[in-house]
Design a protein around this ligand. Structure first.
Ligand code: DER
Length: 228
């Protein structure tokens, strides 16, 4: 499909930002997977050598299938670059909603370990205001999640519990947490909401990434836009 072509194009451009010797955060989701595939191609065809820190088990498996060397933040706590997808990106400030892929806690930890953060999206993800068409995913510890959900409702969330695709079981993240998709409508003060959500006991992290994106690569009908 056209969207698939956009993702491959943006993946290729993002992969060109990596140079030999770098320490690189590898994002999750279908667009980030295109980046990993493009990096895998460079690894095999050009002999590009870098070390990756994956944000999910899926990304680790994909990277390993190309022979890409991986490590952990334990061995390598400071990264040069992190490249990841997003579900919504604001035109101004490049604020993000992430987490529809279910890896937001690890994605946020890896992002804040990196000096530079580049986001890869297709043009459908660009919005004027967060909350346009995506809930805020909130990763919560399963113990007492019902109580955590009540606190989230008190700050204005309408909640859908994330379920596995083909069953009615709860979806669990790589870290065995649940995800509560929290609808807040259009979000006027995302920095405040990010903090408010994380103050609730039982919340591990939320999908608002505020004032932390350095560059955005957007694939669309007139090619790739590189915003800095
Ligand atoms: O942050 C996320 O979990 C998002 O889903 C993000 O990575 C985008 O995924 P996509 O490229 O498959 O739309």
């Amino acid at each position: 499909s056209q969207i698939e072509i956009y993702k491959q194009q943006v993946g290729k451009v993002a992969a060109s930002l990596v140079t030999s010797g770098m320490k690189v955060g590898l994002g999750s989701g279908s667009t980030a997977a295109c980046v990993v595939r493009a990096l895998g191609k460079r690894w095999q065809e050009e002999g590009l050598r870098f070390i990756g820190v994956p944000t999910s088990v899926d990304t680790a498996h994909l990277a390993q299938s190309f022979g890409i060397e991986l490590t952990t933040l334990g061995k390598c706590p400071e990264l040069d670059l992190d490249i990841d997808g997003a579900d919504e990106v604001t035109h101004q400030h490049y604020h993000l909603i992430k987490g529809l892929g279910g890896a937001l806690l690890r994605e946020k930890i890896v992002r804040y370990a990196a000096k530079k953060f580049v986001v890869v999206v297709d043009e459908r993800k660009m919005v004027d205001q967060l909350g346009d068409h995506t809930p805020v995913p909130v990763e919560v510890t399963p113990f007492g999640w019902e109580a955590t959900a009540k606190h989230l409702e008190k700050i204005g969330a309408t909640i859908s519990i994330r379920l596995k695709k083909e069953s009615q079981e709860f979806f669990l993240t790589d870290g065995a947490n649940m995800i509560l998709d929290c609808h807040f409508g259009l979000i006027t003060d995302p920095a405040k909401l990010e903090k408010e959500i994380n103050e609730i006991v039982g919340v591990m992290e939320n999908g608002l990434f505020i004032h932390c994106t350095d560059e955005v690569l957007i694939a669309g009908h007139d090619g790739i836009q590189h915003l800095k």
